[in-house]
Design a protein around this ligand. Structure first.
Ligand code: CTP
Length: 402
């Protein structure tokens, strides 16, 4: 999901994490947003209007009663311009004022005047965060529709270790996207498989493939953004677990099949994006043989077909598979559509430039019984959106399987 054409008002309050505000602006801009920054007086102790003006390319709001600012910006105009408001970091003081509707500076006034969704990233000392007053205020804001981003755990500026760190900019951008995304998957329970599997020969060596897991992780993230409850069954990857998604880590095909079975109940959508290893060694050594004692050949057997053996938990569960091909893409993909009893299949030629493994883009076709829709070279995030658009259309068509 792009933030192209969207205006995000970034409110920065006076916590140490305010020094990261220019990075947050950059990340929002990289996602396509126009960013208007509002700094509180305390935030100016940690970062400067000049720095934020330079990175945002827009005037920075600081003062409610500055006549030039008021005539150029106007807190109501700023509130109306916002498609979303992100407050990062949000101090305990800001949280308290927002909860009570106090408007004593530009940011809190904008907050009262806006009708846009508000994302709040509280960041503070662990004990301040745990304080019942702060917790009560956060709960009140949450129940009023504010999106409260849970702070990260780590070493805090005050020297304590615990929950209270502001999440990294990509997490904040994702929350803004979620605040703006349609809720068209709300009520759906989506299970996604992702990444490769590893089939061990001995404690250190394994058979696997080049899958990075990026496609499946983007699908999980996009489904959550659009309101679904999401379970991600993931083989070993270098990726961070998406926020708000229940991630079940697995290693082998057998483990993936077991995790899918264990989490399948009530799933209304299944998307199998994993590149399950096709073979596993028939024997697994308990200790690591030296290379001079290695086998001259490895005997393999087929792994379980996770998708092929899946039993739809409900008659209306939509099941989507992938087909990673190097030749005769459509023909092979159609074979999988029928053989694995899928509602549609996402086919890609993994040898095409910009497609397949370990890149951020993909070139896919969506095939079903009625035909093929070819998509251009797109970021995997947009491929994920297109797949979910198809799920939503299918659901809206009222398709009922017998
Ligand atoms: N799949 C699976 N378990 C397997 C193999 C594949 O769940 N053991 C799923 C994949 O996640 C994908 C679809 O089946 O959604 C097709 O995977 P692909 O690797 O393209 O095909 P295979 O079934 O392995 O067939 P082949 O290797 O012959 O192309």
């Amino acid at each position: 999901m792009k933030l192209e054409g969207r205006t995000v008002v970034l409110g920065v309050t006076g916590g140490i994490a305010a020094y990261k505000a220019p990075e947050v602006v950059r990340a929002l801009k990289a996602a396509g947003a126009r960013v208007r920054v509002v700094l509180t007086a305390a935030a100016r102790e940690f970062t400067t209007p000049l720095a934020l003006q330079a990175v945002s390319g827009e005037p920075v709001g600081t003062d409610l009663f500055d006549l030039t600012q008021e005539s150029q910006i106007g807190h109501v105009a700023l509130a109306d311009e916002a498609d979303a408001v992100l407050i990062a970091p949000a101090t305990a003081n800001l949280v308290a004022k927002a909860a009570r509707g106090i408007a004593d500076d530009l940011l809190t006034t904008v907050l009262l005047a806006t009708r846009a969704p508000v994302v709040l990233a509280p960041a503070m000392n662990v004990h301040m965060l745990q304080n019942p007053a702060v917790q009560e205020n956060l709960r009140a804001l949450g129940s009023r529709g504010f999106r409260v981003v849970e702070p990260d755990v780590g070493v805090l500026a005050c020297g304590y270790e615990g929950r209270g760190r502001m999440p990294d900019p990509p997490v904040l951008v994702e929350e803004v996207k979620a605040a703006l995304a349609p809720d068209d998957l709300s009520g759906e329970r989506v299970l996604v498989t992702a990444g490769p599997t590893r089939e061990f020969l001995d404690p250190v060596r394994f058979l696997s493939n080049r899958s990075s897991g990026k496609m499946g992780f983007e699908i999980a993230r996009a489904a959550r953004r659009r309101g679904a409850e999401v379970v991600l069954v993931a083989g070993p990857t270098a990726l961070d677990a998406p926020r708000g998604v229940r991630t079940v880590d697995v290693v082998s095909a057998d483990e993936m099949a077991a995790a899918v079975r264990a989490n399948l109940a009530d799933c209304t959508v299944v998307v199998a994006a994993a590149a399950v290893a096709d073979w596993r060694p028939v024997a697994r050594a308990g200790t690591k043989p030296a290379k001079t004692r290695g086998p001259s050949a490895i005997e393999v057997e087929s792994t379980v077909d996770v998708l092929g053996t899946l039993v739809r938990p409900r008659p209306d569960t939509i099941v989507v598979g992938f087909a990673a091909e190097t030749h005769d893409v459509d023909e092979h993909a159609r074979g999988k559509l029928v053989r694995k009893d899928l509602d549609f299949v996402v086919a890609n030629d993994v040898t095409a430039p910009g497609a397949g493994f370990d890149v951020d883009t993909n070139v896919v076709s969506i095939l079903d019984g009625a035909g093929a829709e070819r998509l251009p070279l797109l970021p995997k995030e947009e491929v994920a959106e297109a797949i979910l658009d198809r799920v939503v259309r299918l659901r809206a068509s009222g398709l009922q399987r017998t």
